[in-house]
Design a protein around this ligand. Structure first.
Ligand SMILES: [Zn+2]
Length: 274
């Protein structure tokens, strides 16, 4: 009888543990953000020296520079959450705070004004010192985002994206744009409001896509003509890096992206609020 009671208590304990573990897995980003941003337990998770290193790197990023003090603090904390929750692996390159900060900043930039939304699709970020051969696509790639949650990135190309912040090319933003969509897993039955906004974008952007496929590379680069997925990622790069021209040339397309990301890159004064 006593053995049965012990077994029952053990079983209930196991169920509680599994339940809490599932809650933790699903809400991990939110939990860390709550503890870091609201309870101010940041020093518990990351040393002061590392915090300073990360801030030094973020201060070099154009998007971050334009934020208010409140916006910068929020951005910084979201970067920390991402660094804690993703696995970074250097393949022939040292995983420094610089590398991690720039890559994390790409993800945070996209989701900055979408409260509670994190790019959960990516679990492992592999960083290389150059473009690498991909068996999957059978050529050298600067970046790749797989359906299995792995992202490949060439560090020199990530850096170049930030060194030239207004040329419409940013590898980190490009790959995170793919990961953003993969996180949502939108299909015809999706009711998520961001999925609806993405559908609106694909309708609004069709004329620009056809124009690009016909060879007009005056605004979007040729690579965007590959298919609608690449056009999406190229659009997101241009949205953040050449917003003024984007708005003038393709206003409907631009406004639909503002709704997807709940931000307007032209509105510098109010932390890119819509
Ligand atoms: Zn791509």
């Amino acid at each position: 009888m006593q053995n049965d009671s012990v077994a029952a208590v053990g079983f209930i304990g196991l169920l509680i543990f599994l339940f809490l573990y599932i809650i933790y897995s699903v809400l991990r980003d939110l939990i860390y953000f709550f503890l870091i941003h609201y309870v101010r337990l940041i020093n518990l998770f990351i040393s002061k020296e590392k915090q300073q290193n990360i801030l030094n790197e973020l201060n070099k990023i154009t998007y971050y520079q334009k934020l208010s003090m409140v916006g910068k603090n929020y951005f910084f904390h979201r970067v920390i959450v991402l660094m804690i929750n993703k696995n970074f692996f250097g393949d022939g390159i040292k995983m420094s705070d610089e590398v991690k900060s720039y890559i994390s900043a790409c993800a945070v930039q996209l989701t900055f004004r979408i409260r509670g939304f994190y790019i959960e699709h990516i679990q492992l970020i592999r960083v290389f010192p150059k473009a690498v051969w991909s068996q999957l696509v059978q050529h050298d790639v600067k970046g790749l985002t797989t359906g299995g949650g792995v992202m490949w990135l060439s560090w020199p190309d990530i850096k170049k994206g930030f060194d030239f912040p207004d040329d419409g090319i940013n590898l980190g933003i490009h790959e995170m744009a793919h990961a953003f969509k993969l996180t949502l897993r939108c299909d015809s039955s999706s009711s998520h409001h961001i999925c609806t906004s993405i559908t609106n974008w694909s309708i609004a952007s069709k004329p620009a896509f056809i124009k690009l496929q016909e060879g007009d590379t005056s605004y979007f680069r040729k690579y965007g003509a590959t298919n609608m997925e690449e056009f999406w990622a190229v659009n997101v790069e241009c949205f953040f890096e050449k917003p003024e021209e984007f708005m003038n040339l393709y206003p409907e397309n631009y406004i639909s992206l503002c709704k997807v990301f709940n931000q307007n890159p032209l509105n510098n004064k109010f932390d890119f609020a819509l």
